[in-house]
Ligand binder design. Sequence first.
Ligand SMILES: *Cc1c(COP(=O)(O)O)cnc(C)c1O
Length: 384
Amino acid sequence: MIPYGRQEITAADIDAVVQVLNSDFLTQGPVVPRFERMVADYCSAGHAVAVNSATSALHLACLALGLGPGDWLWTSPITFVASANCALYCGAQVDFVDIDPHTYNLCPGALERKLIEAERAGRLPKVVVPVHLCGQPCAMAEIHALARRFGFKVIEDASHAIGGRYQGRPIGDGRYSDITIFSFHPVKIITTAEGGMAVTNSAELAARMALLRSHGITRDPALMTREPDGPWYYQQIELGFNYRMTELQAALGVSQMDRLDGYVARRHQVAERYGRLLDGLPLVLPWQHPDGYSGYHLYVVRLQDAGEGAQRRVFERLRAAGVGVNLHYIPVHTQPYYERMGFRPGQFPEAERYYRCALSLPMYPTLSEADQDRVAAALKEALR
Ligand SMILES: *Cc1c(COP(=O)(O)O)cnc(C)c1O
């Protein structure tokens, strides 16, 4: 089966991890800060906080921004559930903003309309989480302008988008948001097995996330409520978690960072080649906004004819032909857990239309031309 995504692990990656295994520190050593500095510099961000997953990064980002009971977080319904669940971890409530039918990202026009209504009802969100779906940047300038007008904070869920650019600047530079989070799960652009990172230009937000990442414990006398009892002393000043990234994971991340630009360039080549191979088929190919340079985590096509059972038929034929096609994502508001909160199908029609005709084709930097030809041929056959 040709998978929809997969990691590449090189001899240099293995060496880097083995070196850590032979060192003094498996966790809380020097490699995590090195990885953080590397990602922050890459993104032109001031600070980075490495954690054990992007889900943890989203949770810490929400807490750092003060999200809590009585607050609302809004995100796109076409995302992984973690983009919404982070609000629930904080005791806040979730709502969604429908997607743009061309980019499949949260639609800034729909956001503005919903904000105007929410202002009247006195229920403005505290945090909005735009998700750069497939790696394509959201309309961040527009979202940022709305954030200033309506007074909400912005967390970019850039799980798909490290290595991408918006208006010529790296995703994560924080020009239009408060915090950006990345995922290093193996299907994502670079991997640490499990892992994530939050980047920000705010020293205060970074310090808060770093504190909560490790139990809310500090060894900094300046933060303590009283004089240290002795050199052993630490204080727990908040209720935090163990969300730490290990040195092994960070070593893999540092090693993978060397190949980040090459990976994204290669993903663009794969996308361009799909464009040629799939030309003329009854599909909508990914449309790219001129403001963005996508990380191209995913290559999503939409069936032009999504008649009764068509998507399922094509999906099953592709799987039977050894093509590990996938579907990103099931609209979050239609998940049973969210339906129990009162969400109903029909609330976000563009997202639901997208869901009925989207398919993710195999997309990763080591996808061979021969395998890509097989995908295209199988898709052509499946569409007959
Ligand atoms: C993968 C993903 C996450 C969660 O990432 P983990 O590192 O697995 O926790 C969150 N949001 C989006 C959009 C993702 O694709």
